[in-house]
Design a protein. Structure first.
Length: 391
């Protein structure tokens, strides 16, 4: 299936704004020839790195392996180019497949139509060669085919991941507007948290930011417990190699050197967070407590905050600007030795916080364009200690 197991060209897809972080992650696991593009990072590795990337990358949505690129301005050319691919290297007549498409082109205006033409080309090739054909399965296919068309440029890839890699398997309980796991991990990595200062999410919701922060602090691979990867149904899948990768990643786990804490005003929300954190295996280092952020006592000890406060697009708030003003007031009055990061899509509300920002990073939470904003909160000279915060 993989012609040269010692050199595979791959692409990791991610959210806009996380490309640089993903490239750093890839470098850390041994990827070569790293090239950043919009919402994606291309790289080269071997079969072991393919497995490692799926298990270990925190900011990748999926890992794909391009198998053909061509130009097409009409459906006949597209059909022929797809049909000419040696699909028998990846499928048998008893196999199943599905086609995922992303189309931005004046020549091809319907992504579903592109999927149908791809299916027809594959089926026709098999019928002509073997008098039989593989079937389409949209739920549990043996092969995930990824088609990307930009203008007349078409790229055909195999999705090695299957379901998106943000499906870590720990988030069984969610609230009204949970943040995506990949975005949460990206925020923690972008924040330059040193993993020594204690970590706090004071509006933690279902606990996604806490889970990702805890896995980063313990160097726990995010998909170590996940079992369903598309590459496992490939002809050349090597179970012993995957077992070796899992063993090596487990051996890299370390003990956290800080406290990781989360609070929320709603006990029902905290109960869901508790379930998710336990499922992630992080319940030994993450402490939860029911608490109203606006009723915190003054915090004299250093703390690193990352939180995703409610905003009107996510949850209804009667007076969102007053709510954000209260966030700023609480920071000023209660957190005098802290670094705080907030993500929000409501720029006007963010202005109501009334604090000077030291950094702003554009990110997307789903389709919402957001700003990930940093505030430095301190009185006088910042203290650098490793004392524990009280919540």
């Amino acid at each position: 299936m993989i012609e040269d197991k010692h050199k595979i060209h791959l692409t990791a897809r991610t959210f806009q704004g996380l490309e640089e972080v993903l490239a750093q992650e890839l470098e850390s696991i041994g990827a070569k020839e790293i090239n950043i593009s919009k919402r994606a990072v291309e790289f080269v590795g071997d079969q072991k790195l393919l497995y490692t990337a799926n298990l270990a990358l925190r900011t990748a949505i999926k890992i794909i392996m391009p198998i053909k690129a061509f130009e097409a301005k009409d459906e006949e050319t597209f059909y022929k180019e797809i049909k000419d691919i040696e699909w028998e290297k990846y499928l048998s007549t008893s196999s199943t497949f599905m086609v995922e498409t992303a189309v931005k082109s004046e020549y091809f205006t319907h992504s579903q139509y592109v999927a149908y033409k791809t299916k027809d080309a594959i089926v026709d090739r098999f019928r002509e060669k073997y008098k039989d054909r593989p079937s389409v399965n949209l739920n549990y296919p043996n092969l995930y085919i990824d088609i990307r068309i930009s203008s007349e440029n078409c790229v055909v890839s195999l999705n090695t991941s299957g379901d998106p890699l943000f499906k870590r398997g720990y988030r069984l309980e969610t609230n009204e507007a949970p943040i995506n796991e990949v975005l949460a991990a990206g925020m923690v990595l972008l924040s330059d948290w040193d993993m020594k200062m204690d970590f706090l999410d004071p509006m933690c919701g279902s606990g996604t930011i806490l889970c990702e922060a805890a896995m980063i602090a313990t160097n726990t691979a995010p998909n170590l417990k996940r079992d369903d990867f598309a590459f496992k149904t490939w002809f050349d899948f090597d179970p012993r190699l995957l077992m070796e990768v899992r063993k090596e990643l487990r051996a890299k786990r370390i003990d956290a050197t800080c406290k990781i804490r989360g609070t929320d005003i709603d006990k029902r929300v905290l109960d869901k967070a508790s379930i998710n954190i336990e499922k992630a295996g992080m319940d030994d280092i993450v402490l939860l407590k029911q608490k109203d952020f606006f009723e915190y006592e003054k915090q004299e000890k250093p703390v690193f905050i990352i939180t995703n406060p409610p905003y009107q697009e996510r949850m209804h708030i009667e007076d969102v600007e007053d709510f954000y003003k209260s966030i700023g007031d609480t920071f000023k009055q209660k957190f005098t030795d802290a670094t705080a990061w907030l993500i929000s899509s409501n720029e006007n509300a963010m202005k109501s916080i009334g604090l000077k920002t030291s950094r702003k990073i554009p990110l997307f939470n789903g389709k919402l364009e957001c700003r990930f904003v940093k505030y430095e909160l301190y009185e006088g000279t910042r203290k650098h200690t490793k004392e524990t915060i009280e919540v």
